[in-house]
Design a protein around this ligand. Structure first.
Ligand code: BGC
Length: 446
């Protein structure tokens, strides 16, 4: 195929999230979050792991910035822990927490790395969960007030903001029991989704008022659906599942939930009031996309709200048991571009967990991860050539870290973390990624 060069100015980064790397869960005035509570509940997390210490990034931040510099990263996507800066979620500000993020931003800028904070990557202050959490419509305004605090403190230096990470997963924390807060209440998930959308929109409005020169977007995750066979029934099931992916992008870009959701959920799905629509449909500077795999689906009248059964992985899998299917990223980019016409797209997460091992010579030869990232990037290149406005890519993740319900058993990093010593060790995938950044492209056959 030959060398695949990316457009000039293409932004190369890596991503993390506060709860997954920071540790220091109760230090310097931080309040607890629903993930602290969840991981402290016996039986919720594999091996009883918690994020109490995680990668100890809170104390090793300068070292981690130096590592990013060494790898040649141009941008770093991290998340801000809401209860670290507002321990109760509303009211009192914890200045020590704000200072931590302010130092992080300054440290990144000194090294020429663009800070790209996400305001919410799943760690709701526990105090707000006690008030009803995201299913409470008030949560939208609580979030906007917290967002405004961060815009006012960091907006002079941060130029690109992400409101929410993967609201589908946040809502699933209310619907199911595997992610915090784990309520197992499907109707609450739909209510949570609604507040998340409104909270996102209100935050966009606050940023426009305070720092109109800054950019803002949202990060959505998708597992594209492919029909299992070419029968008309399976194609229709695949179509319904694809339409249902519109849960978050459709209200933002098209003004309402997809029809397939209204049909499936009836009155359990809230309606947007006029002011809500105004907020939710605020034009965005970019859309962030996360992708890890795909779903292959089959018509099944008994399966879920969309009568579609998700089949087991159809080929080789990662350690997460997710099918290794790099084409899904390209397909997703084409689909989103066609449906939502975002001005700009950043791939804000993409990567893979494998059971890495350290070889006798001290190297981690994570060829599976390298090939997965390479093939996904090849798809990004193809999408760009097809006219999709992708302007950057953030690999998930900079570091091995706390993989939610899977604890530390799953390693997604391009840099290995030794959880005994906290030593950081760039894997071979990190070396390849550095070289790709330097060359602004790569040879897909190597
Ligand atoms: C999340 C990350 C997570 C990754 C791998 C995404 O859903 O944003 O926090 O670690 O996927 O599961």
């Amino acid at each position: 195929m030959g060398f695949q060069k990316f457009p000039d100015g293409f932004l190369w980064g890596a991503a993390t999230a506060a709860y997954q790397i920071e540790g220091a869960w109760d230090e310097d005035g931080k309040g607890p979050s629903i993930w602290d509570d969840f991981s402290h509940t016996p039986g919720k997390i594999r091996n009883g792991d918690t994020g109490d210490v995680a990668c100890d990034h809170y104390h090793r931040c300068p070292e981690d910035i130096a590592l990013m510099k060494e790898l040649g990263l141009q941008a770093y996507r991290f998340s801000i822990s809401w209860p670290r800066v507002m321990p109760e979620g509303i009211g009192k500000v914890n200045e020590a927490g704000v200072d931590f993020y302010s130092r992080l931003v300054d440290g990144l800028l000194e090294e020429g790395i663009e800070p790209t904070p996400t305001l919410y990557h799943w760690d709701l202050p526990s105090a707000l969960e006690r008030r009803g959490g995201w299913p409470n419509p008030d949560c939208a305004a609580w979030f906007a007030n917290y967002a405004e605090l961060m815009f006012s403190r960091l907006g002079d230096r941060v130029k690109r903001w992400i409101t929410l990470n993967e609201p589908v997963v946040v809502a699933s924390g209310y619907m199911g029991t595997e992610m915090a807060p784990g309520r197992g209440a499907p109707a609450d998930g739909l209510l949570a989704g609604h507040s998340l959308l409104v909270g996102h929109g209100l935050a966009v409005q606050r940023l426009r008022a305070l720092h109109p020169e800054n950019e803002i977007g949202i990060t959505l995750d998708f597992w594209p659906s492919y029909p299992a066979t070419d029968s008309a029934e399976d194609a229709a099931a695949g179509h319904r599942m694809t339409e249902a992916l519109g849960w978050f992008p459709d209200p933002i870009f098209l003004g309402d939930y997809p029809a397939v959701m209204r049909e499936a959920h009836g009155n359990a799905l809230p309606q947007f009031g006029e002011a809500e629509t105004e907020a939710v449909t605020q034009p965005l500077d970019f859309l962030g996309l996360n992708n890890y795999s795909r779903h292959v689906v089959k018509h099944d009248p008994k399966a879920g709200p969309y009568q579609a059964a998700i089949l087991p992985p159809q080929g080789p899998v990662t350690a997460m048991n997710w099918e290794i299917y790099p084409h899904s990223l390209r397909d997703l980019l084409l689909w989103v571009n066609e449906r939502a016409h975002p001005k700009v797209i950043y791939v804000t997460e993409n990567g893979a967990a494998f059971d890495d091992r350290v070889d006798a010579d001290g190297r981690v030869r994570d060829e599976g991860r390298r090939q997965y990232v390479r093939d996904c990037l090849s798809g990004v290149h193809e999408a760009i050539a097809g006219g999709v406005p992708v302007r950057g890519y953030f690999v998930w993740s900079l570091l091995d870290n706390f993989e939610w319900a899977q604890g530390y058993a799953m390693r997604f990093g391009i840099v290995r973390v030794d959880y005994e010593t906290m030593a950081r060790l760039p894997k071979e995938s990190a070396r390849w990624y550095s070289e790709t950044i330097r060359a602004n492209g790569f040879d897909p056959d190597q």
